[in-house]
Write a protein that binds this ligand. Structure first.
Ligand SMILES: Nc1nc2c(c(=O)[nH]1)N=C([C@H](O)[C@H](O)COP(=O)(O)OP(=O)(O)OP(=O)(O)O)CN2
Ligand SMILES: [Zn+2]
Length: 136
């Protein structure tokens, strides 16, 4: 078979990269009998998802390595901290995902090709929340 005959289809490209940090929190908005109203911790996983209509050389939406400032931010500001003490909102996964999307768009997106589509936050192996950025 001549592999050059395989069509290059129109469409968009999407990439994702996963980061992690450890942090504690509690959710005082929950009733006191709810286990998550008590202080506890998570090994958070955060996935950023980016898209582009066309690729930068050598064929990237964005170089995965160019996302390293996001890791630096997580390490410096959130890792091994009590989220409840440092964030200006009750740190549910949903709100954390929106906050991280805001930081990414404000601080990193202007410096890289590709646009942020969504941020996914995993608190446990079985639960996650995703914030989808509008108008991207
Ligand atoms: N929609 C949301 N629900 C809950 C959140 C959240 O951020 N968004 N957060 C919590 C707690 O932080 C809790 O630590 C995590 O919840 P849960 O998945 O219930 O954790 P478990 O590991 O205990 O779950 P099991 O699968 O039942 O073992 C609560 N809800
Ligand atoms: Zn929790």
């Amino acid at each position: 078979m001549d592999l050059r005959s395989v069509p290059l289809l129109p469409g968009a490209f999407t990439i994702g990269k996963r980061f992690s940090f450890e942090a504690g929190h509690r959710l005082p908005g929950l009733p006191p009998e709810h286990k998550c109203s008590r202080q506890h911790g998570h090994s958070y996983e955060v996935e950023v998802i980016l898209t582009a209509p066309c690729l930068e050389e050598p064929g990237f939406v964005t170089d995965f390595g160019a996302l390293s400032p996001f890791r630096t931010f997580l390490d410096a500001e959130l890792d091994h901290r009590n989220l409840h003490e440092i964030l200006p909102f009750e740190p549910t996964s949903e709100r954390l995902a929106r906050f991280l999307a805001g930081w990414f768009i404000q601080n990193l997106q202007p410096k890289i090709p590709g646009r942020l589509v969504a941020v996914l936050v995993r608190e446990t192996g079985s639960s996650w929340a995703r914030f989808d950025v509008e108008g991207q």
